[in-house]
Design a protein around this ligand. Structure first.
Ligand SMILES: [Zn+2]
Length: 278
């Protein structure tokens, strides 16, 4: 069971929403790129483990202990507190002295170095809370599009094929109340600092209008007059009312001031009457 799923900070929400609507500056482009990649990896892992009956699970945990540490997934199960740091890369890589080097020279710098620091902080937190569970940290490269040669194995580094084993383990027995209790202790210490980065707002009037599909983040087609639903290219369907709500949220994030009926009509193609009802 997931006690918490991913929350975006205001800045992440803004750049994800603004992407594809106007030219972003380099700072925002770089952040969009890393946010996108991170999300892709996290989402793939989440989809695979979300239906497992075992484990009290948290997606995105932040702890403050001599600075903030961020944990993609924390799973409490089988007397263990497991931390999974998900990574998403594509292509052929070579493992060279702790680094992963791609064919065209891109280097993933020793991922175990940062992970060790996070692991030690997590261990300290668990000790401080008086929890006697073993702490285990793993990096997991998700997606089958990532290949590595020259890697001799390290139990702290996992790959897509290992997810099956995690799923099987988590399905062995149902989550216990003690595990849930421990996960709640984590959430009580969730550190919200850093969730409010400053945003550089682009002119709203000059942005491309339209509503994005929450699942695949492509633009939805404009609602047709007589159709009841709007269908995304990924197959997801939304009622007009849902589209209006999505538009309201998007405009609110982009505009940083009051949302008008006219804005929503322009974004969705849905008639004024339905917009006003919603
Ligand atoms: Zn979609």
């Amino acid at each position: 069971m997931f006690l918490k799923t991913r929350e975006f900070n205001q800045y992440e929400r803004y750049i994800l929403e603004a992407a594809g609507r106007c030219d972003l500056d380099q700072f925002d482009k770089d952040h969009l790129f890393t946010t996108d990649k991170r999300l892709l990896g996290e989402q793939l892992f989440y989809e695979r483990i979300k239906d497992c009956i075992g484990g009290a699970k948290i997606w995105d945990m932040r702890l403050r202990l001599n600075g903030q540490s961020q944990y993609d997934f924390i799973i409490v199960a089988d007397g263990k507190i497991m931390h999974f740091d998900t990574k998403y890369y594509e292509g052929q890589y070579n493992y060279v002295k702790g680094n992963f080097v791609s064919e065209n020279g891109y280097v993933i710098n020793n991922p175990l170095a940062l992970q060790t620091k996070q692991h030690m902080r997590l261990q300290r937190f668990v000790d401080k809370m008086g929890i006697s569970y073993e702490v285990v940290s793993c990096i997991i490269f998700v997606g089958e599009q990532f290949n590595v040669s020259g890697f001799n194995g390290d139990k702290r580094i996992l790959f897509d094929k290992d997810i099956c084993k995690i799923v099987n383990r988590l399905n062995r027995r149902e989550v216990t109340s003690e595990e849930m209790e421990i996960a709640r202790t984590f959430l009580e210490h969730y550190d919200y600092k850093g969730m409010h980065t400053r945003i550089h707002y682009y002119p709203f009037e000059e942005m491309k209008k339209g509503v994005k599909c929450p699942k695949c983040r492509n633009f939805l087609p404009i609602a047709e007059k007589n159709a009841k639903k709007v269908r995304c290219q990924c197959g997801c369907e939304y009622t007009k009312k849902e589209v209006v709500r999505l538009a309201f949220d998007a405009i609110y994030v982009l505009k940083n001031s009051g949302v008008t009926v006219r804005d929503v009509v322009e974004f969705t193609g849905v008639g004024r009457t339905i917009v006003q009802q919603v």
